[in-house]
Write a protein that binds this ligand. Structure first.
Ligand SMILES: Cc1cc2nc3c(=O)[nH]c(=O)nc-3n(C[C@H](O)[C@H](O)[C@H](O)COP(=O)(O)OP(=O)(O)OC[C@H]3O[C@@H](n4cnc5c(N)ncnc54)[C@H](O)[C@@H]3O)c2cc1C
Length: 564
């Protein structure tokens, strides 16, 4: 049975950064991922990473912008940690080999991003995530003697001992179908977000809420789950992302009258207001009949106003996306976009060291909620979140490991998970297909739990999620083999998505106000008196999640009217 001081589940940016930090601290580490690490979803990150590295900038300005972007639901102690540590982290990335763009004077170039009061986004063209992920993976190679990599292993459960501490996990070797128990003094969840609960989404097929649901299953509270980010610029055809970097470089949003309508909604920041504000503005234009495209369900993103040379230098990936997936040359004509699901602000509740309320269980990255993003994440703050809190979780878990003995762990959970998989494979072909249920879930979430929400729609979404949970129990798979059986993993992932979606819907019903990404048509105002609080959802046996509240941590910025 493999045993390690620190076991990391997930090898995106948060997981790899945690692994390097723990290895630096001199402990034994395992990092486990259901896909090859450089295929983790972080590879898709495009526009950049925020840090107050400019001599004219200050981390406090970054922190204030983040607090305001979060619509005053972010915890300010965590935001201060993230923003004050950001410059050193970005310089560290450069020192280990990330080729950030430099300007003609040879300085680190910074681009404008939404909700930021100055240009503070460092970038590598529009492939920033890929550039960082590959460099971190190289770093991981240096630690091959202390970091064991389990690539294409799928975690099925966390293991909790009699004292309630997390002491490892069970995982399936995807190549062979064999099950293994991993013992660990500490486990760090770095298993990414939950975008596949929605259809369409900018997220990859692997973003299925695994870690969120696994933590929920062992009693860890989830926080801010109702806060779902709809990104303003996703392709109407298929939901692919057009990076905010395009608007950062100066692109305009136009309605059917050819107006730059953001003037009405955010006269100071225009297209670079925070994402929730821009997405709502677009949706209002569409709802009021000023949309463009065949059924008027889109908005034009006009990148032709950006000099062509600059587009090819700084936005080359979206030139390809426009051509390949929309048949549009973005240097010559506007492209049709609309708001689309992109990011989940909520996740497993942690402190500023990534520790959850369960001893030995940490979380970092999109799976976690520390909460630096509150009601709305600023663009380019997620990569930063993964790296800062990934590192802190790795360091903290390593220190904790030094003072304790390796736990004794039995095989009971592995046998139980094996049994569960056998039961899925043996199901008669009578129920619904996994893909049908997933499709219905995504469609309903996108219909009722999107940019605009109201009680009836949310209740309807909850009813559907509850029904789908029942139907998922008998949904069948076609593949009955052991080698690369993605079908059976799909069935397990569906269960994770349904749990996460239920927490999102229940949180959205509970929050009877409008704040950040949650806009309730029936409660259009922000209500600081009752709701400047985090909503936590915790598993309550077989029924709906239990709700509790946690006050928002305010250090120096009192809530104020939010205008851009
Ligand atoms: C198209 C796109 C562009 C973006 N651009 C930016 C940007 O420019 N700037 C920015 O700040 N943010 C951006 N974001 C957001 C950002 O990329 C993500 O939030 C961030 O990369 C998430 O990193 P992570 O390490 O938490 O998770 P991920 O990179 O998603 O990694 C999750 C890991 O967990 C593993 N895993 C999951 N479940 C299991 C399981 N059951 N068993 C084993 N392993 C498992 C996966 O294999 C993977 O290794 C973008 C997002 C998208 C979708």
């Amino acid at each position: 049975m493999p045993s390690h001081d620190v076991l990391i589940i997930g090898a995106g940016l948060a997981g790899q950064r945690a692994a390097v930090a723990a290895a630096d601290a001199g402990v034994s580490v395992a990092i486990l991922s259901k896909v090859h690490p450089v295929r983790s979803h972080s590879v898709a990150a495009a526009g950049g990473i925020n840090a107050a590295v400019s001599v004219t900038d200050d981390w406090r300005s970054h922190a204030y912008d983040t607090v305001k972007g979060a619509d005053f639901l972010g915890d300010q102690d965590a935001i201060e940690v993230m923003c004050s540590e950001a410059p050193a982290e970005v310089m560290h990335l450069e020192h280990i080999g990330v080729t950030f763009h430099r300007n003609d004077s040879g300085e680190l170039d910074l681009r404008a991003f939404g909700g930021a009061s100055v240009k503070r986004t460092a970038y590598v063209a529009d492939i920033t995530g890929q550039a960082i992920l590959h460099v971190l993976y190289e770093q991981l190679m240096k630690y091959h003697e202390t970091v064991d990599r389990y690539e294409e292993w799928f975690t099925t459960s966390l293991i909790i001992d009699e004292e309630g501490a997390c002491v490892g996990c069970v995982a399936r070797n995807i190549r062979t179908g064999s099950m293994e128990t991993f013992t660990a003094k500490n486990v760090i969840l770095a298993s990414g977000g939950a975008g596949q609960c929605f259809k369409p989404t900018t997220n990859a097929l692997i973003c299925t809420a695994d870690g969120i649901a696994q933590a929920y299953d062992v009693g860890a509270p989830l926080m801010d789950m109702e806060m779902i980010q709809y990104h303003p610029t996703t392709l109407v055809e298929n939901g692919f992302l057009i990076t905010e970097g395009a608007r950062g470089e100066g692109a305009h949003l136009l309605n059917s009258d050819g107006d730059r309508f953001m003037e009405k909604y955010a006269p100071n920041k225009m297209e670079l207001a925070s994402r929730d504000v821009v997405s709502r503005a677009e949706q209002t234009e569409i709802n009021e009949g000023r949309g463009v495209g065949e059924d008027k369900s889109g908005i034009y993103l006009d990148i032709t106003v950006v000099p062509k040379k600059r587009v090819h230098e700084a936005l080359r990936e979206i030139v390809n996306i426009g051509k390949d997936f929309a048949g549009v040359d973005i240097t010559k004509e506007p492209i049709l976009i609309r708001p689309g699901q992109h990011y989940i602000m909520g996740g497993v509740k942690t402190d500023i060291n990534g520790a959850t309320p369960i001893d030995g269980l940490y979380a970092a990255g999109e799976v976690a909620c520390v909460s630096v993003h509150g009601g709305n994440r600023l663009g380019a703050n997620s990569l930063l979140d993964t790296l800062i809190f990934g590192r802190r979780a790795g360091e903290h878990a390593a220190q904790r490991a030094k003072g304790m003995a390796m736990p004794e762990v039995g095989e009971a959970q592995a046998r139980q998970d094996e049994q569960k998989i056998a039961e899925i494979i043996a199901r008669p072909r009578e129920g619904r297909r996994i893909s049908e249920i997933k499709d219905e879930l995504g469609t309903v979430m996108n219909q009722y739990v999107a940019v605009y929400r109201e009680e009836d729609g949310l209740q309807k979404a909850h009813e559907v999620v509850r029904r789908l949970k029942e139907e998922a129990k008998t949904a069948y798979v076609d593949d009955r083999g052991t080698v690369f059986n993605q079908d059976v993993l799909g069935a397990i992932e569906l269960g994770y998505m349904l749990d996460a979606a239920e927490c999102t819907v229940v949180g959205a019903i509970e929050r009877k106000e409008s704040r950040g990404a949650q806009y309730r048509v029936d409660f259009p105002d922000r209500n600081d008196e009752d709701f400047m609080q985090h909503i936590n959802t915790t598993k309550n046996g077989g029924d709906a999640p239990t709700i509790t509240y946690t006050p928002v941590t305010v250090t120096q910025w009192q809530p104020e009217v939010r205008k851009y």
